[in-house]
Design a protein around this ligand. Sequence first.
Ligand SMILES: [Zn+2]
Ligand SMILES: [Zn+2]
Length: 262
Amino acid sequence: MKIRVLGCHGSDQLVEGAQGPHQCRTCGFLVNETVMVDAGTVGAALHGDEIKRIRQILLTHLHFDHVQGLPTLADNLADVIVDPVVLAGTPEVLEGLRRFLFNGHLYPDFLQLPNAQHPVFSLRPLTVGEEVAVGGLRVTPIQVNHLVPTVGFSIRDGVSSILYSGDTYVTEEIWRVAARDAALKAVFIEASFPDEMADLAQASLHLTPALLAREFHKIGKPDLPVYVYHLKPRFRDDITRQLSRLGIANLTVLKEGQEIVV
Ligand SMILES: [Zn+2]
Ligand SMILES: [Zn+2]
């Protein structure tokens, strides 16, 4: 399985780093070139021919930073679409896309355009806990603990699996799934705020480095590779420093443009 990091932050911002300016973008991960996990960043990081290869998009929840790539993706595809791109999520997420985003006000209804027979997007409801086939992968949505209905995903090919936390605060079920998954090769866990902002993390149901460590230890696999994402760009240095002090053996803070093969 190959995962391309198009965006891995909790917001969009240009930040200064040791190697010069770096563009932080909202979450979007391209798996095996055809399946997206979250759609915060899509067209902003891809060429036209890469955009056209995307067939399915798995959405963890409706928050804007996870769907903001969809309207302009629709615009890029409107004149070339043959088969609709499938937007897969729980019924709450799909209903929200219809009511709040592709509602003819905030953006045109690309669930019906350019015409109702061949729209840009079609909707695929997912049920929490039920595994489905998605573009050669097996995907299971697992409920997590966030301000709105949110899932993480277990994603497996024939050999390996990964686990993507989604936006979450302290939670249980997804770590139970991780603990009993013998094929698990990596977990992607969010960390949005530094430890000193634990109150805001609790109010917004996000993790800090200290909370991430507690959640990760629930899996009981101390050597498992951990990829940390959803850092708020303005706190990237502080969060990274705090993560490095946790003593987790194989922890990587993700960066846009990175590729991970498991
Ligand atoms: Zn988010
Ligand atoms: Zn969120």
